[in-house]
Design a protein around this ligand. Structure first.
Ligand SMILES: NC(=O)c1ccc[n+]([C@@H]2O[C@H](COP(=O)([O-])OP(=O)(O)OC[C@H]3O[C@@H](n4cnc5c(N)ncnc54)[C@H](O)[C@@H]3O)[C@@H](O)[C@H]2O)c1
Length: 267
């Protein structure tokens, strides 16, 4: 897709990958960016930061304090943006949360992770895809994770919901590709953000062991992929090999992951 001048909404734009993506879309690609986040002040700060660096005459973006799992708030945001800035051509569903632990964690926590990491994408698609089909174009970016292609050690709800997000992105791409809807699915491994700083030990040990990159690197790779209408975005290219190994010999892959988990717990 051509990014210059498009109206792009980035969720989770107050921090980390979302903030870097919002900045890159606005400052490097010339998109008009709406920064949405449950952290309203953080979203405002992202927009103010962009405005301070934008060239004179650039269309200012918007900041919105919303919970992406609140359907009424998402609908209100879509309507506000389309009325004030024009049709949304790119929706970057990037907000996400991680919680450590397995099936012993309470249902409330599983539901929270499910709502943010999967249902937020379902809700956004429910209200955007019909508009895009009618217009014959639109682009959805889903920030999933390498955990959605492989697994997430020590964090069952994250691994499961990110797999679901990848599955939804594939389904939308297949079902609405002929309608002009494009989909990209961002699957990074370790990225240096508050999420990886605040995580419990095993998750951080895992991503540290696999190599951390900066959010700006993820944003640059994502812009390139969006321009090419590429589905799978792998800022850590080795994830493609891991995914092939998983598909090629599941038994061997499971043994390798068990070994990695033991090594991380021992270290
Ligand atoms: N950091 C990594 O190593 C890594 C790796 C793979 C995928 N990801 C994914 O990248 C995305 C961004 O993560 P990050 O690392 O930048 O984390 P981050 O914690 O720095 O940023 C996440 C942002 O999402 C916002 N958010 C959380 N819940 C929300 C909600 N209900 N509604 C609206 N906003 C909400 C937070 O306020 C925060 O600003 C997430 O989907 C995450 O799962 C991160």
């Amino acid at each position: 897709m051509e990014l210059e001048g498009v109206v792009a909404v980035v969720t989770g734009a107050a921090s980390g990958i979302g903030r870097a993506l919002a900045r890159a879309l606005a400052l490097d690609a010339g998109a008009v960016v709406v920064a949405a986040d449950i952290d309203a002040d953080g979203a405002e700060a992202t927009v103010a930061g962009i405005a301070a660096e934008a060239p004179e005459g650039a269309t200012p973006g918007l900041a919105a304090g919303i919970d992406v799992s609140d359907e009424a708030a998402v609908v209100a945001l879509i309507e506000r943006v389309e009325q004030s800035l024009g049709p949304i051509e790119l929706w970057c569903g990037n907000a996400g949360i991680s919680r450590m632990g397995g099936v012993e964690r309470p249902n409330e926590e599983w539901n929270q992770v499910w709502d943010v990491n999967l249902m937020a994408h379902v809700i956004a698609c429910r209200h955007l895809v019909p508009r895009w089909v009618e217009r014959g174009s639109g682009h959805l970016l889903v920030t999933a994770s390498a955990a959605g292609l492989l697994t997430g050690l020590g964090t069952a709800s994250y691994a499961v919901t990110k797999h679901a997000a990848v599955a939804l992105a594939e389904w939308i791409a297949i079902t609405h590709g002929d309608d002009g809807v494009r989909v990209s699915c961002l699957c990074p491994q370790g990225v240096r953000t508050p999420m990886t700083e605040s995580d419990a030990l095993l998750g951080v040990a895992q991503v540290e062991a696999l190599g951390m990159i900066e959010p700006e690197e993820v944003a640059a790779e994502t812009l390139e992929a969006l321009r090419e209408d590429r589905f799978l975005i792998l800022p850590h290219p080795e994830v493609a090999t891991y995914e092939q190994r998983r598909a090629g010999d599941r038994q061997r892959w499971l043994r390798g992951m068990q070994r990695m988990q033991r090594d991380l717990l021992d270290s």
